[in-house]
Design a protein around this ligand. Structure first.
Ligand code: ATP
Ligand code: MG
Length: 287
């Protein structure tokens, strides 16, 4: 009991020292548009700028962030239910101080846990409050129940699409779905695999226009990443492209996106934001 109180105090002190955590879900309509590559390299871009970043791999079906980094993860979210486990026990170390939590099949099982277990799990995740500047959730494509819960519970949603018409219509379907659940969701567009900046802009404009016109929803454009052969090369080498090809077009795009992300005023922590607010909302969506 005493231990817990001490831990809680320490946690509160840490967040009182001013580190508020931005919780960001990365998602897409169509699969394979580059979410995981974006998440990983964007995280490393934030680290370059001095942020502490944790990635949660919540792609239930095809968790593969570890493969992109050339490491094999040994842990699973549900290990947090074992006595004495803390969130730091299940974190994997990536390059440059990047930390990530493999979800694996843990996330589907989350929905089936009894209340007591869910409380235990969530209270252990609460330790992340104030630990990182940004927590990124890499989700699967489309509007599965799991990824929807993350989108609705997080502070920001980064919606990745390519300029392909099919990717754009699928992205719009996600926007519509999010809008029907919470029209105030902060959605920011990431246009991946663009041939020119103009193509990126016209893709973002198309989506923003229809969202405004039919849903009265304002979308922000975070930026564009070039279609660049080094991305596939880096995937094959199992090394993040921002590190192996730092001067490539794709890396330049990622850095621009990092700049726009950091330029946005960060929300002040309050009773319902941050990890605690996120977990409260998650719980509501699970039950
Ligand atoms: N900017 C880019 N330029 C060139 N190729 C890219 C780019 N981004 C992604 N790709 C290609 O697309 C493939 C799929 O990327 P990634 O695994 O990141 O997509 P995803 O959206 O996470 O997929 P899933 O929906 O299956 O989770 C990569 O292996 C790479 O070959
Ligand atoms: Mg992926």
């Amino acid at each position: 009991m005493h231990d817990q109180a001490a831990q809680l105090r320490e946690r509160l002190q840490r967040s009182a020292q001013g580190r508020s955590t931005r919780l960001v879900t990365v998602t897409s309509g169509k699969g394979g548009v580059g979410k995981s590559n974006f998440t990983l390299n964007f995280a490393l871009g934030l680290i370059e700028r001095g942020q502490k970043v944790v990635i949660f791999d919540v792609d239930v079906g095809f968790a593969n962030l570890d493969v992109l980094m050339g490491i094999s993860s040994k842990h699973n979210l549900l290990e947090l239910l074992e006595p004495g486990r803390t969130v730091s026990d299940i974190m994997e170390k990536g390059p440059n101080g990047l930390e990530f939590i493999p979800g694996g099949s843990g996330f589907t099982q989350l929905m089936h846990l009894d209340d007591e277990k869910l409380d235990t799990l969530f209270s252990r995740l609460e330790d992340l409050q104030g630990y990182a500047d940004t927590i990124l959730f890499d989700t699967g494509a489309g509007v599965s129940n799991e990824s929807m819960r993350f989108m609705l519970a997080s502070d920001e949603v980064l919606l990745v699409t390519t300029p392909e018409p099919t990717a754009i219509t699928d992205a719009y379907a996600v926007i519509k779905m999010i809008h029907s659940q919470n029209p105030k969701t902060n959605i920011q567009l990431v246009i991946n695999r663009v041939s020119t900046e103009k193509e990126g802009k016209s893709t973002a404009d198309k989506l923003s226009l229809v969202a405004k016109r039919f849903l009265d929803m304002e979308l922000t454009t975070l930026g564009y990443v070039a279609d660049d052969a080094i991305v596939t090369k880096a995937v094959k080498q199992q090394k993040p492209f921002l590190l192996t090809y730092p001067h490539s077009q794709a890396s330049k795009g990622i850095r621009d996106l990092v700049n726009s992300y950091l330029r946005v005023e960060r929300k002040q922590p309050d009773a319902v934001s941050g990890i605690r607010g996120f977990l409260t909302k998650m719980k509501r969506f699970i039950r």
